[in-house]
Write a protein that binds this ligand. Sequence first.
Ligand SMILES: CC(C)(COP(=O)(O)OP(=O)(O)OC[C@H]1O[C@@H](n2cnc3c(N)ncnc32)[C@H](O)[C@@H]1OP(=O)(O)O)[C@@H](O)C(=O)NCCC(=O)NCCS
Length: 174
Amino acid sequence: MALLFTLDPRLTPELRAGITALWTDVSNAGGAVGFVPPVTAETVRPAAERQFAGVAEGPDRLLIAQEEPGGRPVALVFFEDQRFNLMTHWRLLKRVMVDPAAQGRGYGSELLAEAERVARGWGLSGLRLTLRGGLGLEDFYARSGYKEVGRVPGAIRVAPGDERDDVTMWLDLR
Ligand SMILES: CC(C)(COP(=O)(O)OP(=O)(O)OC[C@H]1O[C@@H](n2cnc3c(N)ncnc32)[C@H](O)[C@@H]1OP(=O)(O)O)[C@@H](O)C(=O)NCCC(=O)NCCS
């Protein structure tokens, strides 16, 4: 199924609820998007609203993918601006996620390809992201051209005694 991508969709209450529900489902399936399961929409909502505020008030941007017009997003990514005048030439990708029911169908790769197309259209020099080690995510991003450029050992404590590396990846667009 071809995904429908929308850059900067209108952040209606329905879309905010749909994204919060997606984020909750992804977290409960073990996804590395800021939480450790179990979580409810109430747990996720404050983080989601902070992320929405960066888009609604600027300068961040949001890319969503739907399977049908008006449907709940099945995948999304935020482009975070560093709000620092020496770092305006790249963006930080945040909250890369695909609906657990739709993972493994190539949507994640399509999402990264669309994010890259958008970033090139803006004339950016690169895309950066951080990931939680121990889940194989380095390989997922490497398939789309991202290179590991940094790793802080054990910087993410998902549970007492379970510390994961905080890995930084970079896609050079120059
Ligand atoms: C990571 C994620 C976005 C991948 O999306 P997806 O739609 O399942 O990925 P795709 O189907 O496009 O997979 C593309 C390729 O990457 C591989 N891949 C996907 N997830 C992987 C993982 N966690 N580890 C290693 N390889 C992975 C696939 O096997 C596939 O390889 P192939 O082309 O040889 O078949 C998705 O699993 C997800 O939302 N995870 C939870 C949230 C999360 O952890 N996000 C990362 C934040 S840093």
